[in-house]
Design a protein around this ligand. Structure first.
Ligand code: PLP
Length: 387
């Protein structure tokens, strides 16, 4: 699509815009692993073998590139497959900087897999500018940003961090899962690559595992395209269709996630059973001003901790509408216990250092009626009281 369109319109009218052959408004699920060549040395519309390119996946890839304002998009079989492919840009001896809090799986991948291939990492508090500059040693090739970051929702200044990294020619990779391009576009703030677990808000219905990456420049797109095909962790056609279908309603879903999250955050702050709440949409939150500067909203994720005398296991057990489950970003409200679930791969001392204490609860606020969510939380918090 060459003309500029509003984001909400692009969500629905972007991508391949249906099927040219039949006029179907949705791109069909192309269940074909291979494509007949019209003659030797020539293909039709760029398709030969479906690991390399498939029309259903291409629709999702074109759409996400438009939404993140990059030159090219790539869809993968999971968020971790997107991270794996992007990290495969680096070589033995290279070093990656990681923020203090990052998705547990990203840490695990670097700490237990890529380290065996000689890729090193350093964890840095980016907000401490001198610590960041000091950590940018000559072997650093990549810097990973996740903001707001799992699970205490720490906010990183994308523009400033990217500027400092670029002074040393370091590639900046941003995990935008918690925000989606509706709320925040890291490529426009200086990141070189943006990636997502599309399993979460982008697909939005807890029915598909998917990942995407979008790059800012054509040379980098060439390399990621090579790696995507070489590694082969691509998003299947039906999952690509589900992803595109989910993305169409992203704006209306995110508006409701935001509205509900602000109601739920205020409810939790004022609840007698709650000790502390982390949500960058609260004026009292340390990330509030920065979040407001670089994103259109604070998202739908809230973390909190119960007061002494309340037991989180009882709280989980008493919930009736909100489900205890991994994952986030779906239409239904979910809670999880980061210390044993999302951040189970972190050693205990590191978990404590980044605020993932055993009593931390993470809530993904869904799009049910806000009063039903708060009523369920209220009765479960009351039931959590220990004698
Ligand atoms: C879930 C998640 C991932 C991993 O994505 P999968 O789709 O589960 O492989 C990466 N980053 C963040 C921030 C996530 O929440």
């Amino acid at each position: 699509m060459s003309e500029k369109r509003a984001f909400e319109t692009l969500l629905i009218q972007g991508g391949s815009r249906g099927d040219e052959f039949t006029g179907a408004v949705n791109v069909p699920v192309y269940l074909s692993s291979t494509f007949r060549l019209p003659e030797f040395g020539r293909n039709k519309a760029g398709f030969e073998y479906a690991r390399t390119a498939n029309p259903s996946r291409k629709d999702a890839e074109t759409l996400i590139a438009q939404l993140e304002e990059g030159v090219k998009g790539f869809a993968f079989s999971s968020g971790m497959a997107a991270v794996t492919t992007v990290l495969s840009l680096f070589s033995k001896g290279d070093r990656i900087l990681l923020p203090k809090t990052v998705y547990g799986g990203t840490y695990r991948l670097l700490n237990q897999v890529f380290n065996r291939f000689g890729l090193r990492m350093t964890i840095v508090e980016y907000a401490d500018e001198s610590a960041l500059r000091e950590a940018l040693t000559d072997d650093v090739r990549g810097l990973f940003i996740e903001t707001p970051a799992n699970p205490v929702l720490a906010v990183t200044d994308i523009e400033k961090t990217a500027r400092i990294a670029h002074e040393k020619n370091v590639l900046v990779i941003a995990d935008n899962t918690f925000m989606t391009p509706y709320l925040q576009r890291p490529l426009t703030l200086g990141a070189d690559i943006v990636l997502h677990s599309a399993t979460k808000y982008l697909a939005g219905h807890s029915d598909v595992i998917a990942g995407v990456a979008v790059v800012k420049d054509a040379a980098l797109a060439e390399i990621i395209g090579f790696l995507q095909n070489a590694l082969g962790a691509v998003l299947p056609p039906f999952d690509s269709y589900l992803l595109v279908r989910g993305i169409k309603t992203l704006a209306v879903r995110m508006d409701r996630h935001l509205a509900n999250a602000s109601v739920v955050a205020a409810f939790l702050v004022n609840h007698r059973a709650v000790d502390r709440v982390w949500y960058p949409g609260l004026e009292s939150d340390p990330g509030y001003a920065l979040q407001k500067k670089q994103a259109k909203g604070a998202g739908g994720m809230i973390s909190f901790r119960l007061k002494a005398g309340y037991d989180y296991k009882r709280f989980f057990k008493a919930l009736r509408i909100v489900s205890l489950a991994e994952s986030l970003g779906g239409v239904e409200s979910l809670v999880c216990h980061p210390a044993t679930m999302t951040h189970g791969a972190y050693p205990k001392n590191l978990r404590d250092a980044i605020g993932v204490t055993d009593d931390l609860i993470r809530l993904s606020v869904g799009i049910e009626a806000a009063e039903d969510i708060t009523a369920d939380l209220d009765q479960a918090l009351t039931a959590a009281r220990v004698a």
